[in-house]
Design a binder for this molecule. Structure first.
Ligand code: SF4
Length: 87
């Protein structure tokens, strides 16, 4: 069960999470950062680093943010997938 980046990241993209991810599986999209669901090892390091609390383990994503589970997955299949974060 990967971690998921949700709505609070949109327009913020603080990137503090990027620095602590041991497997570099956090990518930058146009609007927000995304965690690659197949690369995330569920270590949990990113969650407390987010200043806007946008990150949740998949099983704990609040009801009103459930659509972000699919969004974090599908964005990597798009024609313009997220790339390496701009630091
Ligand atoms: Fe990276 Fe760990 Fe966060 Fe997954 S849970 S995105 S591996 S820091």
């Amino acid at each position: 069960m990967p971690y998921i980046i949700t709505e609070a990241c949109i327009g913020v993209k603080d990137r503090a999470c990027v620095d602590v991810c041991p497997v570099d599986c956090i990518y930058e999209g146009e609007d927000q950062l995304y965690i690659h669901p197949d690369e995330c090892i569920d270590c949990g390091a990113c969650e407390p680093e987010c200043p806007v609390s946008a990150i949740y383990p998949e099983e704990d994503v609040p009801e009103n943010l459930q659509s972000f589970i699919a969004k974090n997955k599908e964005v990597f299949d798009s024609n313009t997938p997220p790339g390496r974060p701009n630091k």
